[in-house]
Design a protein around this ligand. Sequence first.
Ligand code: CP
Ligand code: NVA
Length: 314
Amino acid sequence: MNLKGRSLNNLFDLNIEEFNYILELAHQVKNEKKNNIFPKRLQNKNIALIFEKPSTRTRCSFIVAASDEGAHAVALSNTEIHLGEKESIEDTARVLGRIFDGIMFRGFKHKTLEMLIQHANVPVWNALTDLHHPTQALADIMTCQEYLGKLNRKKIVYLGNGDNNVTHSLIIASCMLGMHIVICCPDSFQPDKEIIQQSIQIAKKTNGTISVLSNPLEAVKNADCIYTDVWISMGDENKGNNEEKCKQLLPYQVNKKLMLATKNSECFVLHCLPAYKNMEISCDVFEENNKFIFDLAENRMHSIKAIMLATLIN
Ligand code: CP
Ligand code: NVA
């Protein structure tokens, strides 16, 4: 499979075979690293990491993955470079594309990412925008595969704010693998309708399903995996009435009562992190699942390495 030169705007950019190929590569590079094998496939490559928002996992994953493969990554905050201020996004993209071999972007508007992709002429990877978080979903699925094996017909339930970047990417990724994904959220926090519609088309090919429900105790029945994310995303802190939002989302907290309602003692919990304990997830459930949650955090690095390898070389 040759994905050289491709950008990652969102997971709709990849077909089912391509998505599976990157997942296989992610498992492969994880195994290599565990066995101390460092093939340095990205020697002499330079990677720019642009941040409009903070990041721990994604930033460190890109830096370490690049270093493992012999590449050099440089982190640039939007306050350090001209990005849409003094210089147009288009010109910044053209400059960075001349100097770097690949560009990672974490930011606010999805449109900024799309402009970088349009003008950089090198692969641009989405490391979180207001709409999508595709590198997160790749690690989510990789982690589910480690614990559940083949994922078709497995049930994953996302609880909390459905109108969320992590949720959107998880929906697409689950459909690619033929999973039964349930988004359980209040009516006022449902996922983007267009993303659901497009994901249904993928699910038709893989025999997956998508349901959007509002009753948490019903939704989690027979779940293999429960997933949650913060109720208020970066940049949304001062938008609307967050106190009211949290009140509406409280019944969707992942806690002991909810875990019992799965009626599956093997069911595990994932969280993309960072987590607000005793908001979207109770402290005890978080700690009982810390093995899974931190495996997922580690898998960010392996799967990001796979994305860079797939799109920078063939
Ligand atoms: N999950 C995730 O993207 O974490 P960071 O914000 O720390 O990168
Ligand atoms: N939805 C969260 C994800 C953080 C990784 C946010 O955008 O802040």
